[in-house]
Design a protein around this ligand. Structure first.
Ligand SMILES: NC(=O)c1ccc[n+]([C@@H]2O[C@H](COP(=O)([O-])OP(=O)(O)OC[C@H]3O[C@@H](n4cnc5c(N)ncnc54)[C@H](O)[C@@H]3O)[C@@H](O)[C@H]2O)c1
Ligand SMILES: CC(C)C[C@H](N)C(=O)O
Length: 364
C-alpha cells in the first residue's frame, strides 16, 4: 500500500502510529478532515489479518466519520482509531492509558469514543490520561454507552426509509431481517418488536441470537441465509462490505437500513441497489445517533438535548431520499453531496470562529 498516495487521493490529514511495548499497544489513529472541527470518531479493537488491513480500516472508517459528522450537522471533523488485538484477550489497563496519552499528545485534534471491541470501561481508562474522550461513565456526568442511542437513531431512520418505500412509516407487521444482534441491534430489535415488526435474525454468537429469540420472539436463521429472507427490510448491523456482488442478487427486501458502517463494498453496489429500486438508507446518516449523543458531552452532557438531536436522523434520511428522488441519483451519492456541501459551506467561513488558532472545543 502506498500510504501517501492513498492519503492524497482521499485527502487525509494525518495518520498516527502508536506503539507501547509494556502494554502491547499497537494503535493507528487516522484523522481525515478537521474543516468543521476536531475529529471525533471511535476506537475499534480487532484482530486484523495484516497491518495493511488495519491501516485501511482506520482510513476508511475515519473518512466515514467526516461524512457522518457533517451530515448530522455536527461541528466536528472525522477520525477513527484501530487498536490491533483481540478485545477478549489482549486488553489491559496500561494499554488504554498509554493510548490516552497518545490522544492527549494530539492536543484536541482527535477525540475518541467506543466502537466495535471497546467499552465504556475502556473509555474510562483513557479518561485517566486525557479529556479528549467521550462515551465515558455517566458517573463522570457523561453519556455512557452510545449503542442504545445509535439503535434509536437507526430505528427512526428506518421509519423514514419505510416512508419512502411503502408510503407509510409504520413498521407494524413489517418483516425485518437483522444481521448481527450485538450492542446496537439488540436495542434496535427492542424498538422494532415494540412497534409490532416480525424479526428474523442471525449472529455468529449463539447467546446473542437466543436473547432476541426469547425476548422479542425473533426467528433465527443461519448466517448465510439472512440475505435471501422474504422480508420487507434488511438491516445490516454486523460487518461492513456486506452489500456486494454475492449478496445483492439474493435480496428480496425493498429497504436496506441498518447500523453497520461501510455497508457498500464498492460504490457500484449503491448504484445497483438504486437501479433495482431498493431503498438504501446511507449507513453514516442512519447510524449517526451514537456520535450525536457523545458529541453532546463536549457541551456538558444533557440527555434531553442529545435525544432531541438524535430525532433528526429521521429528517436527515428523509432529506437524502428527497434529493435522490428529485435528482434521480442513488441515495449514497445524495448523502455524500449533503455532507460535502456542508463542509464546503461552513468551511469557508469557519476561520472567523477560531480562538487563538484553536477550535473552541479544544479548550474543554
Ligand atoms: N455501537 C455504536 O454506537 C455504533 C455506532 C455507529 C455504527 N456502529 C456500527 O454498527 C455495527 C454494530 O455495532 P455494535 O456496537 O452493535 O457491535 P457488536 O460487536 O456489539 O455487534 C456486532 C454483532 O455482529 C455479530 N457478527 C459478527 N460477524 C457476523 C457475521 N458474519 N454474521 C452475523 N453476525 C455477525 C457479532 O457476533 C456481534 O454480535 C458495527 O458495524 C459498528 O461499526 C455502531
Ligand atoms: C463516536 C462513536 C459513537 C462512533 C461510533 N462507533 C460510530 O461509528 O459512529
Amino acid at each position: 500500500m502506498e500510504i501517501f498516495k492513498y492519503m492524497e487521493t482521499y485527502d487525509y490529514e494525518q495518520l498516527v502510529f502508536c506503539q507501547d511495548k509494556t502494554s502491547g499497544l499497537k494503535a493507528i489513529i487516522a484523522i481525515h478532515d478537521t474543516t468543521l472541527g476536531p475529529a471525533l470518531g471511535g476506537t475499534r479493537m480487532w484482530t486484523y489479518a495484516s497491518e495493511e488491513d488495519a491501516i485501511e480500516d482506520a482510513l476508511r472508517l475515519a473518512k466515514g466519520m467526516t461524512y457522518k459528522n457533517a451530515a448530522a450537522g455536527l461541528n466536528l471533523g472525522g477520525g477513527k482509531t484501530v487498536i490491533i488485538g483481540d478485545p477478549l484477550k489482549d486488553k489491559n489497563e496500561e494499554m488504554f492509558r498509554a493510548f490516552g496519552r497518545f490522544i492527549q499528545g494530539l492536543n484536541g485534534r482527535y477525540i475518541t469514543a467506543e466502537d466495535v471491541g471497546t467499552t465504556v470501561a475502556d473509555m474510562d481508562l483513557i479518561h485517566e490520561e486525557t479529556n479528549y474522550v467521550t462515551g465515558i461513565s455517566p458517573a463522570f456526568g457523561s453519556s455512557g454507552n452510545p449503542s442504545p442511542v445509535t439503535a434509536y437513531g437507526v430505528y427512526r431512520g428506518m421509519k423514514a426509509a419505510a416512508m419512502e418505500a411503502f408510503g407509510s412509516d409504520s413498521l407494524e407487521g413489517k418483516r425485518i431481517a437483522v444481521q448481527g444482534v450485538g450492542n446496537v441491534a439488540y436495542n434496535l430489535c427492542r424498538h422494532l418488536h415494540e412497534e409490532g415488526a416480525k424479526l428474523i435474525v442471525t449472529d455468529i454468537n449463539k447467546a446473542a441470537v437466543d436473547r432476541v429469540v426469547e425476548e422479542f420472539g425473533a426467528i433465527a436463521v443461519n448466517t448465510d441465509e439472512i440475505y435471501s429472507q422474504d422480508v420487507d427490510i434488511f438491516a445490516p448491523c454486523a460487518l461492513g462490505a456486506i452489500i456486494n456482488d454475492e449478496t445483492i442478487p439474493q435480496l428480496k427486501a425493498k429497504v436496506v437500513a441498518g447500523a453497520a458502517n461501510n455497508q457498500l463494498k464498492e460504490t457500484k453496489h449503491g448504484d445497483q441497489l438504486h437501479e433495482l429500486g431498493i431503498v438504501y438508507a446511507p449507513d453514516y446518516v442512519i447510524n449517526a445517533g451514537g456520535v450525536i449523543n457523545v458529541a453532546d458531552e463536549l457541551n456538558g452532557y444533557n440527555r434531553e438535548r442529545a435525544m432531541k438531536r438524535v430525532e433528526t436522523v429521521y429528517d436527515n434520511i428523509a432529506k437524502v431520499m428527497e434529493i435522490s428522488r428529485t435528482q434521480g441519483i442513488p441515495t449514497y451519492v445524495a448523502a455524500d453531496r449533503l455532507a460535502e456541501e456542508r463542509i464546503a459551506r461552513v468551511g469557508k467561513s469557519r476561520s472567523q470562529f477560531l480562538q487563538n488558532g484553536k477550535h473552541i472545543l479544544s479548550g474543554r
